[in-house]
Design a protein around this ligand. Structure first.
Ligand SMILES: [Zn+2]
Length: 424
């Protein structure tokens, strides 16, 4: 073994894996795959668009109550929370969460279709797999009468996708009465059994709006055009050379504006998504987004003023100016699980025990928030395979799901051990 810490972690995991009740939990996961698959089908059928997660939350709260989880609540942010009491209820606690929202807007037709072990439906994998996996784990623990060393909070959270800006998990860390006790947080998101997201990718999102007087295409010709001016800003942003290391991206995700083909638009709007493994790059890009918009608007206004000074005939253009605003609409903080952290050591030990190769990744998930606050956290797949993520053709295949669930179960119990007062 590489270090005494790693040896301790491996010893701890080996001991856990040999426990009779842990075997019973594994057996439940093996025998009850059909039940887990049925839950997944049931839950993906309930629409959960961003800011419309209510009905799915209600369904999950009902499952939590049937499992006899304690203190089941739906909080102000729409998160569904249930507590599994640990042997030591006064110690720290551990969170296992899965986002319940989908990327699909309200009104999306969702008709789940099953082919063998494959479920076809928008959201089947992201995050039908995570939520079903979380329920499976809570049930397996219950059925095996396995009591974790400290309290485990199961959370079906809102606001992970699209414009949600992690509002569910953010709320949890700002308002949950037990937030100060959190010693570890495992997020389940999508499929897979070897990837572990341990490096949280920071991202910033902006909306730029340019407004003008608008007018008729013919009679007001020559008026300042917000679409044209915003396009100049976008073109300039498109020319920025972004570093590949640290990997940094700038996406122009949407553009809207104007009302009719024969009208000069009164408004144009674009949205930008900035990501980087290095927060400094984000600050630099944030400045670029502001500067590109501001420069485009100011130079158009200046051009107009110059034009008016030279041609008195264009009196109808007098006083014309464009206005602009750049608004921050998303801020996902970054962070990293330290290589020498207890949680990382336990994950490596669990993967070694199960013969899995740990593949650390960088991504933007619910784990961003705890990691940014220094709470040990990571995001794991909930097993099986998935594809067509965020499209109508999304699918999930449950083959070998139990391996990943065994991984999460061992990691959860080991983290709870490490968080109880005997070791904390
Ligand atoms: Zn997801």
């Amino acid at each position: 073994m590489a270090s005494p810490l790693a040896a301790t972690a491996f010893g701890q995991v080996t001991r856990l894996a040999a426990e009779r009740r842990v075997h019973q939990a594994f057996r439940w996961l093996h025998l009850q795959e059909q039940a887990v698959f049925a839950w997944q089908q049931e839950l993906v059928e309930i629409p959960a668009p961003p800011f419309g997660e209510g009905p799915r939350a209600e369904w999950l709260a009902q499952r939590f109550r049937e499992l006899d989880l304690r203190d089941v609540v739906t909080d102000e942010a729409g998160n569904v929370i249930g507590r599994m009491p640990g042997m030591d209820e006064a110690a720290g606690c551990v969170v296992l969460s899965a986002h319940i929202d989908t990327v699909f807007p309200a009104g999306t037709v969702i008709e789940p279709r099953v082919e063998g072990r494959r479920l076809h439906a928008p959201g089947a994998c992201d995050n039908g797999a995570g939520v079903a996996g979380m329920l499976a784990l809570a049930t397996a623990l219950r059925e095996a009468e396995l009591q974790p060393a400290c309290d485990v909070y199961f959370v079906g959270n809102t606001g992970e996708e699209g414009g949600g800006d992690l509002r569910g998990i953010r709320h949890l860390y700002q308002h949950a009465p037990w937030r100060e006790r959190i010693r570890g947080h495992i997020v389940l998101d999508g499929a897979g059994d070897s990837v572990a997201i341990t490096h949280a990718l920071a991202s910033l999102r902006f909306r730029a709006v340019v407004r003008g007087p608008g007018g008729h295409a013919w009679t007001d010709a020559g008026s300042l055009n917000p679409i044209l001016v915003l396009s100049r800003a976008i073109a300039r942003l498109g020319e920025i050379v972004l570093p590949s290391s640290p990997r940094t991206t700038l996406n122009i995700g949407s553009i809207r504006g104007g009302t009719a083909i024969n009208a000069i638009p009164e408004e144009a709007e674009a949205s930008f998504d900035l990501r980087s493994t290095d927060p400094e790059q984000l600050i630099r890009l944030e400045v670029e987004v502001h500067r590109a918009t501001e420069d485009a608007v100011l130079s158009a206004n200046l051009e107009m003023a110059t034009r008016l000074a030279g041609q008195r005939s264009a009196l109808h253009l007098a006083g014309q100016r464009l206005r602009f605003a750049v608004e921050k609409i998303g801020d996902r903080p970054g962070g990293r699980l330290p290589e020498d952290s207890r949680l990382m050591g336990l994950l490596l030990a669990v993967d070694r025990q199960l013969g899995l190769r740990t593949e650390p990744r960088v991504a933007s998930t619910d784990a961003n928030l705890p990691l940014s606050l220094g709470v040990p956290a990571l995001t794991l797949g909930a097993g099986g395979q998935g594809g067509g993520i965020h499209t109508q053709a999304e699918w999930y295949d449950a083959t070998n799901r139990e391996l990943a669930l065994r991984r999460v179960l061992l990691l959860l119990l080991a983290t709870a051990d490490a968080s109880s007062s005997k070791e904390a």
